[in-house]
Design a protein. Sequence first.
Length: 193
Amino acid sequence: MKIATFNVNSIKARLGNVLDWLKAADPDIALLQEIKCAEQEFPGLELSGLGYRAALVGQKTYNGVAILAKQPIQVDLTMLGGDGADDAARYIEGRVGELRVASIYVPNGQNVGSEKFQYKMGFLARLERRIKELLAGEEAFVLGGDYNIAPFDIDVHDPKAWRGQIMVSPEERSWFRRYLHLGLTDAYRVYHP
């Protein structure tokens, strides 16, 4: 099974790119982030022409996540638990066949120490709780998406310039390492050491 993830930065503005990518890459499951549209504006017809079904949590202008699959999608969650006030469209989880998948769009955080950074830290903590629940269920799962974290210096073009900045801060990198220490695997790093 081929699974791919893509931060599309507006499905409406980049629909042609997304369709070309789907044709070329031909994933069985595609996890999209930052679709930036409400559910009723999502181009489901165009995607179904390529054989994809779609499940999404949309939001006008910002955020938004989707699961595309060639098989039926059973949606189980459309947000992370633990913060009833958080209505940003950043998480969708469901089952495609026997595999559980989630498309995740972690907040950027704006600036280290800002209110938006604290929101990101809270989101990452809630994600850790969900990971632990999934691990306890002992089923196969993939958590794909845009984590807005560069885990290592090799993930940025100029590590000195980025030091202490958003996405490379020790706090953010610590969360990513915590996920790995729970037993998750960074699939990108497996294929691109």
